[in-house]
Design a protein around this ligand. Structure first.
Ligand code: ADP
Ligand code: MG
Length: 246
């Protein structure tokens, strides 16, 4: 079985403070893996080590079998790693469709797209419409992204990440700040993604975690406490203790 993501003893300290300690994780291709743990457990730090936003103090990261530990973030993106963008800093003023077309062009190296005629952009525009339809965003295609309700904007973030055709998608609380009814819609979309996309997500809503994860890693104080199926994690007294003690 192909391993999409593997870390070996990944650690990060600041001065004497250990944010991630010896995290070894292996995600087979197609995984739907949740990373959970109390606030400050080191979940976002771990994602930042994976994407290259932070450099590890020690340990290794492998993407599709290739060691990427010291590659710059954009080099990892080229190799198929994607995370959600912060929409508010990206493409201000563009519509949803324009933003996604631009993201597709970045992937395909067609950065000079705007120099071409509309006919010359047809392939990218068609692909953008397909992607928007899959995420139920097509009805908002011509609206400026920033004019959408917050939950829809977060869906656009996912569309932009998917425009890169990632092999590995990293989601740090994709439904944060969204009313409960709508957060489930985000996860429905995520659940509907094709199996060749491997997904690692952080989510604090346990109902969503147990519904959408096939495996779960519990992080406490920067260290993996345990890993298992949702049933195993739900039945683990150590995990209950961590959450009851919060
Ligand atoms: P989580 O996402 O699980 O809530 P984080 O990974 O954001 O946790 O943070 C883990 C710990 O590392 C926290 O105690 C946080 O204060 C600390 N931390 C995060 N980023 C930095 C940084 N740049 N410098 C120093 N400490 C940091
Ligand atoms: Mg976090």
């Amino acid at each position: 079985m192909t391993t999409a993501l593997r870390t070996e003893g990944l650690s990060k300290s600041w001065g004497g403070f250990v944010a991630n300690s010896q995290i070894s994780l292996s995600l087979p291709k197609g995984a739907r893996h949740a990373l959970i743990g109390p606030n400050g457990a080191g979940k976002s730090t771990f994602i930042n080590l994976l994407t290259g936003v932070l450099a590890p103090s020690s340990g290794e990261v492998f993407l599709m079998g290739e060691r990427v530990t010291h590659l710059a973030p954009h080099e990892r993106v080229k190799r198929g790693m994607a995370r959600t963008f912060q929409i508010n800093t990206l493409f201000p003023g563009l519509t949803v469709l324009e933003s996604v077309v631009l993201a597709i062009c970045e992937r395909s190296g067609a950065a000079r797209i705007w120099h071409r005629t509309v006919a010359g952009r047809r392939a990218e525009i068609d692909e953008a419409w397909d992607l928007l339809a899959r995420l139920h965003l097509d009805r908002d295609a011509d609206r400026p992204t920033r004019s959408l309700p917050y939950g829809r904007q977060r869906l656009v973030e996912i569309a932009l990440a998917l425009a890169a055709r990632p092999k590995l998608l990293l989601l740090d609380e994709p439904a944060a700040g969204i009313p409960t009814g709508e957060s489930s819609e985000i996860f429905d979309v995520i659940a509907g993604l094709p199996d060749d996309v491997t997904i690692l997500f952080i989510e604090h809503d346990m109902d969503l975690v147990f519904r959408f994860a096939r495996r779960i890693t519990v992080l406490v104080g920067g260290k993996p406490l345990t890993e298992g199926t949702p049933d195993e994690i739900a039945a683990d007294p150590r995990v209950r203790e961590v959450y009851l003690g919060e």
